[in-house]
Design a protein around this ligand. Sequence first.
Ligand code: PSU
Ligand code: MN
Length: 309
Amino acid sequence: MSALNAYLDVAPEVQAALNENRPVVALESTIISHGMPYPQNVETALRVEAIVREHGAVPATVAVIDGRLRAGLTPDEIDYLGRKGREVIKVSRRDLPAVVARGLDGATTVASTMIIAALAGIDVFATGGIGGVHRGAETTMDISADLEELAMTPVMVVCAGAKSILDLGLTLEYLETKGVPVLGYGTEELPAFYTRQSGFGVDYRVDTPAELAAIWNAKRGMGLAGGALVANPIPEEFSMDKAVIDKAIDQALAECAEQGIHGKDTTPFLLARIAEITGNDSLDSNIQLVFNNVALGAQISKELCALRA
Ligand code: PSU
Ligand code: MN
């Protein structure tokens, strides 16, 4: 047992699946606390777990509870994180030591969910969107720790691309420098979260969960450090009008600058403002793309188990 494992509790159902080479999908909790309003956040998180199960995998929602790293939460714990919302500490890599030492609760970002998933031995993690290089990063230096985590921690992350609150071109450059494969599921183009297209290409178009699993197995087999990013476009019927969403993002970015929001508050502020400006349309899209991603995550995990059987 490594030193860090002393801080980790894996839910019995999750541990049993891992021991028996059955599929498991890790899920993050900042999307619950900071990514969506209550009660839709809790409804979505519980539905997401059900969808993972319907696709034959075991869900492992990740968080920090009472200072323990947790892979696999109870519905009550999910409800608690969702009700507390933005009062819960948003925990990325740099926050883990203090939150654990103080015995606090925290919602995990993509970066810290990857850390905990890797410690637990979970390969596949599905979410909505990842953090990236923010627009204006050439002066603010605001680059999400999610990218650095993808560079070093061995987890395959399924997302719907990144929101254009970020500089998508610079985000891809960063991932290239760090050696993170960006794989488009059924697409040549990086999806932009609410829309299927961004104008930026992915590294490889991959059309089946089996091939995504094979690519991941090859990366691990060669001993290459770090993760991989699977970019899964939002289903056509739920995608948004580009002009509508771009206008909301521009307004949210302007308010963010006016109010001097910075650091770890930037992304939650932008997410909340975009949801408020566009109302239920963007929330519906957001929920649907997460459902789509966790279903793909379950299929990839199944294929990985088959490769290892
Ligand atoms: N982007 C989204 N939805 C989210 C997040 C980002 O579209 O919920 C959350 C994720 O938890 C992600 C975090 O890991 O925000 C990134 O925060 P930051 O930019 O401060 O690293
Ligand atoms: Mn940041």
